[in-house]
Design a protein around this ligand. Sequence first.
Ligand SMILES: Nc1nc2c(ncn2[C@@H]2O[C@H](COP(=O)(O)OP(=O)(O)O)[C@@H](O)[C@H]2O)c(=O)[nH]1
Ligand SMILES: [Mg+2]
Length: 326
Amino acid sequence: MPANLPPQYFKAEEEYKSAKTLPEKIAALEAMMAVMPHHKGTDKLRAQHTRHLSQLREQLESGGKGKRPSIYHIEKQGAAQTILVGPPNAGKSSILASLTHAAPHIADYPYTTAQPEIGMMPYRDIQIQIIDLPPTEGDVRKLPFYNLLRTADALVFVVDASGEPDAEVLLLVEELADGKVFTPLFGSGDLPVGGVRARALVALNKADSADAPAAAGKVREAVTDRIRVVAVSARDGTGIEALKDEIYGVVEIVRVYTKVPGKKADLGTPFVLARGSTVMDLAREIHRDFAEGFRFARIWGSGRFDGQSVERDHVLEDGDIIELHL
Ligand SMILES: Nc1nc2c(ncn2[C@@H]2O[C@H](COP(=O)(O)OP(=O)(O)O)[C@@H](O)[C@H]2O)c(=O)[nH]1
Ligand SMILES: [Mg+2]
């Protein structure tokens, strides 16, 4: 037992031992940690408690009966799911409102968004889901929060050009790495155990402010050429269309249309596939029978001549029209 633990610690520990429910246990453990002095002698105990606390919270989130599911369990909708991540007041809600038809809460004081706000961004003939998260501070940095970031198709870092956006971006990158979410700044080497890669983009907001041009230079320098940076103003609309293009680019999807032999192509709703998908992936997506009975496909687009026949491993490009022959 480390030295210098105050009496309040032991009192909270007693409460922990007699706690019957998860919330009681969590509260008591938090109280224990709150009164622990910070020094070398308590490092190990603190680490243990931190781990234990996150397990308890995980249990609580993941379905103790009758408990609310986490606000961070958000079902993917549309062609891709992207998350706005950034410090309070950077303009996430304003950007969400500019990109989608959502009407989030916007205010010039921090912490206005207590719940994730979700909108759908219409882009060409598809929709991309955009999520504005509550501020990433304190106890929201728990498992379901990171899980959402891990499974998203891309993260959009929203930072304020009139503040210190370069430092903010690097801080966010670090925070995410703590949750084992690695942005392209991490490089292409092996990931630590349990780590996932995340696609990312920087939206440098408040481009209407006087410091914006200088800020853009600093941010680009900070992220080298590994993350794309787009200057936007949710206030006057600058860069919003460019941001839509960048979001579409960063999620790495292709839209593919299908055609029945002898008929016109169905240019209504495209099939959406990951970039790099093949003709066979499309066939599988449509129906098992299409995959099993596949003989060849004809393609329109891809810089091929119209109607050229291609094999199953032909890689699809955005806008291709495919006629499957079984
Ligand atoms: N000058 C300027 N102010 C903005 C811009 N976008 C948002 N704001 C303001 O910044 C404040 C915070 O915006 P909000 O969208 O609530 O930020 P959030 O906390 O990141 O969701 C509000 O007062 C907005 O009006 C912008 O592009 N330019
Ligand atoms: Mg907000």
